[in-house]
Design a protein around this ligand. Structure first.
Ligand SMILES: [Cu+2]
Length: 258
């Protein structure tokens, strides 16, 4: 039964990300693909995945995320220019002790906004808080896809491994809305809940050989060990979700073999 379940997963992945397959088959020409396993920040419970294909400066972006505050918009960006990392899910980086890892406090890891992943119109940093043009998580999930032009500095960040995908907006107090006494470090007219990072992942070069579903299904662990190890390291951050669950199952299997 596990195998019967795994096969459609692979098929769906291939169908959802055809450019990824093409890129993996011809790694040194045309488009380059990147993936991010999104891990929760601010104990949001949010998880997801991001896929980006860059063909020159033309970016096709796909984001799937779940566990978000339902019925509210979620600002989402490429962040660039720092370490290409994310804050941890605990409050270790809450330097001012306000109960949130704010964008300011997270910036040392993931940097400034490089692109605003809006649904329509401008995608520059100027639209960073244009919440009327960001996805609304009607049932707590976001399924985003858009193709647009990025700037040279964003392209360079992808190549340097310092591009990070961040989705914002966390219902820290569980009230069902963005509210509370702590105001945003980015816009003092907004609650901190509206702008604090909810989920984050470094955009890393996608490697089809490292896809957890394929590795687990074929059991070809010994031939692809190094690549799979790298993928699993990222997968742990995502904790769950289809890809994460596959990675964890695979990791268990590897641990049993070791
Ligand atoms: Cu952001």
């Amino acid at each position: 039964m596990r195998k019967a379940f795994a096969l459609p997963t692979v098929a769906i992945a291939a169908a959802a990300f055809p450019l990824l397959s093409i890129s993996a088959a011809s790694a040194h020409e045309g488009a380059h693909s990147y993936q991010a396993d999104l891990g929760a920040v601010n104990q949001s419970g949010v998880e997801g995945t991001g896929m980006v294909t860059l063909d020159g400066n033309t970016a096709t972006v796909m984001i799937e995320a779940s566990g978000l505050l339902a019925g509210s918009p979620h600002a989402q960006h490429f962040h660039i220019g720092a370490l290409g990392e994310c804050p941890t899910n605990d409050l270790a980086d809450d330097a001012d002790g306000d109960g949130f890892v704010s964008v300011t406090e997270a910036a040392k890891y993931y940097g400034m906004i490089g692109s605003s992943l809006t649904t329509t119109g401008d995608t520059s940093p100027d639209s960073g808080l244009s919440i009327d043009r960001f996805p609304t998580a009607d049932d707590g999930t976001i399924s985003y896809e858009r193709t647009f032009e990025v700037t040279d500095d964003v392209h360079a960040a992808f190549e340097a491994g310092t591009a990070v995908l961040v989705v914002h907006g966390v219902d820290k107090d569980g009230s069902g809305a963005y509210d509370g006494d702590v105001m945003s470090d980015l816009d003092p007219s907004l609650p901190m809940e509206a702008t604090a990072p909810a989920v984050c992942g470094a955009l890393e070069v996608a490697q089809m050989g490292a896809m957890p579903a394929g590795g687990a299904e074929t059991g070809a662990g010994s031939t692809a060990g190094t690549e799979n190890t790298a993928a699993i390291g990222v997968g742990v951050l995502a904790a769950a979700g289809a890809a994460g669950a596959g990675a964890i199952a695979y990791r268990r299997r590897q641990a049993e073999q070791a």
